[in-house]
Design a protein around this ligand. Structure first.
Ligand code: C2E
Ligand code: CA
Ligand code: CA
Length: 590
């Protein structure tokens, strides 16, 4: 009994000792915990499932700027501070509860949420936590930490700005469009709603940059952005996706009627001049339009198709808009294919030249020839230059082809130099733009020992649009060297008559389109009359193109047009036939 009692007492003492030790340990632990929570950079949080009690460490008060008296963070009120966008589907808040769905198999989870500070600003937090379950798998507790990541978020936003936005205009860039808009097309709209993607490219922008300084170019791009913004509605996306390329992506409702008007307004926006310093500049844009979902159901395809349409607009003379259509895809692939064949065509001797006479109405004799390129392709048969020249221009092959043409033409001119005629040769704008163009042409001229006035270059107004001063200088040098300069297709471009005075040219060729109805159309007659009078006044010769009928010929000869060219005199023919024409009698014209 005695021993029993002693044993019990011993056991009691031991357990009391163990209890005291445990209590001490608990106390130590609590102290350590307090110390930890107070000193931690992060705030700690704890949520008890049974009571719903929320605890956060004092650190969160510091972080958010509240005092304990004014706001109880250790309550459900904490959830009211969560940013609405960070709450999931109208529930209380993602902060502690909802994100647990995304926890890993050890019960760990994390998310990023904003909490409102006393100053009404929001701070970003990385919320980390762990869920503790009972044996039956019910949640007992969740606890974790809150790390202030506001600075990192700002930094991330800055990087996003740099990656996604264009610093010059402040507009979103191509990366933004491709990454952020890709799926938004499908996500946001029912299929009955149309959206139009306008692909806008500034015409001849390269030359503005080359010719003026870059500040002018930059300023212009900012102004373009500003003007396009005026067209933007609340759900429009306006972006600068390349040097001088912009897109405007806009809902147009359930009908396409509105799209034409919008495309028209884009073009019209640029009719007003741009001002920089004391100077005034005019620019035009070409726009391609693709419509969602008709022309593509994702951003990538829509971009590609609107760009194709934009090229179509460029090809039809710039300063206009064009809609995407399925034929464009075929046309593009046809062009690529044609380009491949063109590359071998020079080497395979598939090109030759035809010559069309230019006839002097006063003397009744041929005064010269225009060389016109012909392609006899084993694949396509005989192809019109109107079809293959644009392809060669686009790929740059025109340079080599143009050199071949000039060599042939100058050689022909040299072979008939004793006849005192002038042979003219068509020059593409791209050729004239080459920096070595003048040297090359004058060297060839000297090589064939050509006489002054025995060859001419036919240029179009598009050659001059790009960089008026530079091209004028080049033309003047060529003229000084003994070549004549003809301005081709006059009247179809942009230039006014007074513009003629400023140009180093010898001959104006009036376009066929004014001649077609010259007999019956008063306006056409007036235009031709005006050009002829002005040309005479400033000492230029006039060649009228596309004369097909006798009545046209008679009208023109009565109107003091000295030179005519057209099927009525002769079609373009091979070299030997052209020479035979020199002996032909043209009495039938009278
Ligand atoms: P273009 O320089 O305006 O040439 C006149 C075009 O009108 C030629 O077409 C000619 O055959 C055609 N033509 C002449 N008289 C008449 C007529 O009475 N009635 C009709 N209906 N047509 C007439 P072609 O030979 O098909 O050349 C088309 C265009 O291709 C030329 O227009 C020129 O811009 C370009 N081209 C031709 N050869 C060359 C070349 O060697 N280099 C470059 N860069 N372009 C060229
Ligand atoms: Ca011509
Ligand atoms: Ca012409």
């Amino acid at each position: 009994m005695q021993t029993d009692f002693a044993q019990i007492e011993l056991a009691l003492r031991e357990s009391h000792h163990a209890l005291r030790q445990a209590r001490q340990e608990t106390k130590d632990m609590v102290e350590r915990y307090l110390l930890l929570t107070e000193s931690a950079q992060d705030a700690l949080w704890d949520w008890d499932a049974a009571s719903g009690r929320i605890f956060v460490s004092d650190r969160l008060y510091d972080m958010l700027g509240y005092s304990k008296e004014e706001y109880d963070l250790c309550s459900a009120d904490l959830l009211k501070l969560i940013h609405p966008d960070d709450k999931e589907n109208g529930t209380d808040g993602s902060l502690f509860f909802e994100s647990c769905e995304k926890e890993n198999n050890r019960g760990n989870f994390c998310n990023e949420s904003r909490l409102k500070m006393r100053s009404d600003e929001y701070k970003w937090f990385l919320v980390r936590g762990k869920t503790i379950y009972d044996d039956e798998g019910y949640v007992i507790r969740r606890a974790g930490s809150l790390t202030d990541i506001t600075e990192r978020k700002l930094y991330e936003e800055e990087i996003r700005q740099l990656a996604y936005f264009d610093s010059l205009t402040g507009l979103p860039n191509r990366t933004y469009v491709m990454h952020e808009m890709m799926s938004s097309v499908q996500r946001r709209l029912p299929n009955s709603q149309y959206r139009a993607l306008f692909f806008i490219d500034i015409d001849n922008f390269k030359n503005i940059n080359d010719h003026y300084n870059h500040t002018v170019g930059d300023n212009m791009l900012q102004e373009v952005a500003r003007r396009l913004k005026l067209l933007s509605g609340p759900d429009t996306i306006l972006a600068r996706i390349g040097g001088d390329e912009f897109i405007l992506f806009q809902s147009v409702g359930d009908s396409l009627a509105y799209v034409d008007g919008l495309a028209e307004s884009i073009i019209q926006m640029f009719a007003e001049p741009f001002y920089y310093g004391d100077n005034q500049y005019y620019i035009t844009v070409s726009t391609g339009v693709a419509v969602y979902p008709r022309d593509g159901d994702n951003m990538e395809v829509l971009m590609k198709h609107s760009e194709m349409a934009m090229y179509q607009a460029k090809n039809s003379g710039k300063n206009t808009y064009s809609f995407f259509n399925r034929q464009l895809v075929e046309l593009m692939s046809e062009r690529v294919e044609m380009d491949n064949h063109l590359r071998n065509a020079i080497r395979n001797h598939e090109f030759h030249l035809h010559y069309q006479p230019q006839f002097d109405v006063l003397t009744g004799a041929i005064k010269g020839f225009e060389a016109l390129l012909r392609w006899n392709s084993p694949v396509y048969g005989s192809v019109s230059p109107a079809r293959f020249i644009p392809v060669a221009e686009e790929s740059g092959l025109i340079i080599e082809l143009g050199q071949w043409v000039m060599d042939e033409v100058f050689a022909f001119a040299a072979s008939i130099s004793h006849l005192g005629l002038c042979v003219s040769c068509n020059i593409s704008a791209i050729q004239l733009q080459q920096s070595y163009f003048v040297e090359e042409v004058t060297a060839l001229f000297d090589h064939y020992e050509l006489k002054r006035g025995s060859v001419a270059l036919e240029i179009t107004e598009s050659c001059l649009l790009d960089s008026f001063e530079l091209s004028s200088q080049k033309l003047a040098s060529l003229q000084n060297h003994g070549l004549l300069i003809y301005l081709d297709d006059f009247g179809t471009g942009y230039s006014s008559l007074t513009y003629l005075k400023k140009l180093p040219i010898n001959v104006v060729k009036i376009d066929k389109s004014f001649i077609d109805e010259i007999v019956e159309n008063v306006t056409d007659r007036r235009i031709v009359q005006a050009i002829v009078s002005l040309a005479r006044e400033i000492g230029l010769d006039v060649v009228v193109e596309g004369v097909e009928t006798k009545p046209q010929y008679h009208y023109l000869s009565e109107s003091q047009c000295q030179y005519v060219q057209g099927y009525l005199i002769s079609r373009p023919v091979p070299e030997d036939e052209a020479l035979a024409l020199l002996d032909q009698n043209f009495d039938y014209l009278k």
